[in-house]
Design a protein around this ligand. Sequence first.
Ligand SMILES: *[C@@H]1O[C@H](CO)[C@@H](O)[C@H](O)[C@H]1NC(C)=O
Ligand SMILES: *[C@@H]1O[C@H](CO)[C@@H](O)[C@H](O)[C@H]1NC(C)=O
Length: 333
Amino acid sequence: MWPTWRHIRYTVVCLTIMGVCLVLWTSTAPDHSRPPEPGCPQGRFVTINAGGRLGNKLCQYCSLWALQRDSAAARPAWILPEMERSLGSLFTGLQLPTLPARCLERHQVPWYDPILHPWSSAAFWQVSYFQYVKTGGGPPHRPLLLLNNPCDMKHFDQHRTELLEQLRLRPEVRDEAQRRLRLHTDVQCRRPPGCTFIGVHVRRTDYAKQVHLMYDGTLVGEAYLMRALQLCRSRYRRPVFVVCSDNLAWVRQRLRGPDIVIAGSSGDGSAGRDMALLAQCNHTVVTHGTYGYMSAYLAQGDVLAPTGFGRRDAFLAEAMTKRGLNITAVQAF
Ligand SMILES: *[C@@H]1O[C@H](CO)[C@@H](O)[C@H](O)[C@H]1NC(C)=O
Ligand SMILES: *[C@@H]1O[C@H](CO)[C@@H](O)[C@H](O)[C@H]1NC(C)=O
């Protein structure tokens, strides 16, 4: 008997289901068959999500480092190659070792993000940072991936000196940032007495959505920036504002004045370049997001941050206040 179209359809459906099951099974079953890869850590260690942008990655690095430094049940901590690529090109002195890429490839699950889910899910516990802390070290004998972009500044700032030592800019990055700073502010600062450099980070674009989600609020705008800049003018000697933003067109239209320079760059590597520039400044005006706060953290001066832009204030501003950093809340609207 020749197979009918119906038979063929059923066969195709059955084979598809079997295929899906097979793929699911191989991806979730613990992989006991293969010997350990030389040079790859085994069992009980921890790594952290390398996702997000530069500000997130910095936060994640600091959070993980502080966690393994302080916890009695600390596991050996490793960073993922993506984090090393991003932070290692800017900073010298990172202490956490990088998990070799081949340790990731070995268990790569094709339809997962290989960086986020390098191990088969049964072998790799995915818990949030907060669960990890609650369970005092997570599941025994299993590698652990911390998710959720933690930025536990209240905790990691207890090790400020040691962290800033690890986050020293590479000499060539720092020199380039100093050169850019001088170039942009030469007109304003050529004559003595010297200027006070105020880094201004204006986060726009997709963060409008984040502010809504995280704080039930709206992006701060011109009114906040005018207020913050005015406060700086009354506080510091000859301030010059060095502005960086993810929306340079927006700031060019709104921030104008003899003491304001739009110094931010765009394109490949601009996040690192601009953070290095902001870190050269004496004080920082931030708007939203980890990038601005971490730039201010590296600059180590005073911080001006918005308040009243949503139902909750930024938790990083709160952390800085609690840690006794010099942070001034400026009304958003
Ligand atoms: C302010 O920043 C400039 C540029 O990085 C630096 O040369 C200067 O020493 C800083 N001033 C103070 C008081 O830290
Ligand atoms: C922060 O710094 C500013 C300017 O240097 C100063 O006026 C202010 O008193 C400082 N705030 C605190 C809490 O130290």
